[in-house]
Design a protein around this ligand. Structure first.
Ligand SMILES: [Zn+2]
Length: 233
């Protein structure tokens, strides 16, 4: 009771706001308000057969991807973009953890909890990691790991080259740019495992494809992908 009163008092002085819409959070709400949670553009790809999953189509004819999953649709100037900005540039690591926990719980409800042996986030280049202080994909992996009860590893994959900024490049150049930059650090860690590769946002899919290729080459038995959000074009 005293604790609640104290928490209420603290939130009067430092109001906790929703990290998606900036409105004050009600008691018991966890970083994201109930209203945003109800209105998020969920993809629900895990409920679709693979033939109808637009994300799965991005990998057809390139690599065998078992499950292609994304929690939200990325809409510019919307709440999802705001959330991802908070995570990536404002150091709000709880965004990734909370979304990972929620998404993991939903996937577990759809019996996907037993489909993966290891969760592997897309690594940042060490220089970028040092600058940002954390890898936003690690936070999502951590949340998913809690709900799915599947271990995650921040060290299974590593980047070998620094990539230039990708924004000025076309799709083919982007692929060239990332194709060689991921490698598996310890093959024994992924050998014969069903790996779920996770990232914050998927646009072309080239980065996840490069990670999947490296993991498959190192002997993992199958790869799946999951992102916080994906662009639908
Ligand atoms: Zn909100």
């Amino acid at each position: 009771m005293i604790r609640t009163a104290l928490a209420d008092f603290v939130s009067l002085i430092f109001p906790r706001v929703c990290l998606a819409c900036e409105e004050p959070l009600a008691c018991g709400e966890d970083h994201i308000c109930t209203g945003c949670r109800a209105q998020f553009p969920y993809t629900d790809y895990h409920k679709l057969p693979s033939s109808e999953n637009p994300l799965a189509r991005k990998f057809w004819g390139k690599l065998p991807v078992r499950y292609s999953l994304s929690y939200l649709r990325f809409l510019r100037r919307g709440r999802v973009q705001h959330l991802l900005h908070q995570l990536k540039y404002q150091g709000q690591q709880d965004v990734g953890r909370v979304l990972g926990r929620w998404y993991g719980a939903e996937l577990a409800d759809y019996s996907l909890g037993t489909e993966f042996d290891l969760i592997v986030p897309v690594p940042l280049h060490p220089r970028k990691l040092a600058k940002r202080g954390f890898n936003q994909s690690d936070t999502f992996a951590e949340g998913l790991s809690v709900s799915l009860q599947v271990p995650w590893s921040a060290t299974a994959l590593r980047r070998t080259e620094h990539t230039d900024s990708q924004t000025q490049k076309n799709r083919a150049e982007r692929w060239q740019n990332v194709a060689e930059v991921f490698e598996v650090a310890q093959a024994a860690e992924v050998l014969n495992k069903r790996v779920l590769i996770v990232d914050d946002v998927l646009t072309t899919g080239a980065t996840l494809e490069a990670c999947a290729a490296a993991l498959l080459a190192a002997g993992c038995s199958e790869v799946s992908i999951a992102t916080i959000a994906c662009a639908e074009n």
